[in-house]
Design a protein. Structure first.
Length: 274
């Protein structure tokens, strides 16, 4: 039975092959091969072997779909003071972080695989066409079926972006980002946020085997206690101007990775029953 549960949720060696070593000058009577050099060549050949590839049964296929863009959002007193931009942040490795946290939470790294998919696979889900009636869960299931057709995993974990309303406004925050609410850089406040969803699918039937687990705005730890969540609060000076500067901000990158890892651990533990 599908139930609904909501809570406001990153390696080279080089070896010189034996045949590249300088050869001794030719002599009249070639000497017998030296065993020591053969052993050295064998050792170096072994060192060049590729790292082991993933093998064995796939217990969990991970579908991370949150780390492509970072939202930069201004929320002013009126609609004329609002602004929004998406900034590419693939270099931050957030989707790799999702896979790493699934392995850490489950303790079954050997059975966890990342599922590859095209960049456009989630476009219908992230930017759906206008429709009178829409079933996001059905849309997500269709996408997961398509990109895992030959994967053969026992379960699939999809980590996707989620729309959330910012308290006291009509503004929507989606996925991973930062917003500044107020007037200018001196009045108001700046927050990181993660608004994502973890959905677990049965690998055979594609039924949602557990409730989708939502992490809304990154404020779950603070609500109800009258304190700021230190993972989300930023100095106003950290808000990127222009928005494209977010991609090279170590403050935003490191803060986002810490926030996402913390919320993923909580969501994955609940969604996977760990």
């Amino acid at each position: 039975m599908i139930r609904v549960l909501a809570v406001a949720l990153i390696l080279s060696c080089s070896v010189t092959p034996a045949w590249a070593q300088a050869q001794p000058a030719p002599i009249a009577a070639p000497s017998a091969p030296k065993p020591a050099k053969k052993a050295a060549a064998k050792t170096k050949t072994s060192a060049r072997q590729a790292a082991p590839t993933e093998s064995g049964p796939c217990q969990i296929g991970v579908i991370p779909a949150v780390g492509d863009q970072f939202a930069v959002q201004k929320i002013g007193l009126t609609v004329f003071n609002n602004d929004y931009a998406d900034v590419p942040i693939e270099s931050w490795g957030l989707d790799d972080l999702v896979v790493a946290r699934v392995r850490a939470v489950t303790g079954s790294g050997a059975g966890v695989r990342r599922i590859a998919y095209s960049k456009q696979a989630f476009a219908p889900y992230d930017r759906p066409a206008p429709a009178l009636f829409r079933n996001p869960e059905s849309d997500l299931t269709t996408i997961v079926r398509q990109i895992t057709a030959n994967a053969g995993c026992a379960r699939y974990v999809a980590v996707t972006k989620l729309d959330s309303k910012l308290d006291g406004t009509n503004q929507t925050l989606r996925g991973i980002g930062v917003y500044h609410r107020g007037i200018g850089s001196l009045v108001g406040h700046t927050r990181l946020y993660s608004s994502i969803q973890v959905t677990v699918f049965d690998g055979q039937t594609y039924a949602v085997s557990k409730k989708p687990f939502n992490i809304n705005l990154g404020l779950a730890l603070a609500r109800g206690f009258g304190v700021e969540d230190p993972l989300t609060k930023l100095e106003n000076s950290a808000f990127p101007e222009p928005a494209a500067a977010a991609a090279t901000s170590a403050t935003l990158r490191d803060g986002t990775r810490a926030l996402l890892a913390t919320h993923l651990d909580k969501a994955l533990s609940a969604a996977l029953g760990q």
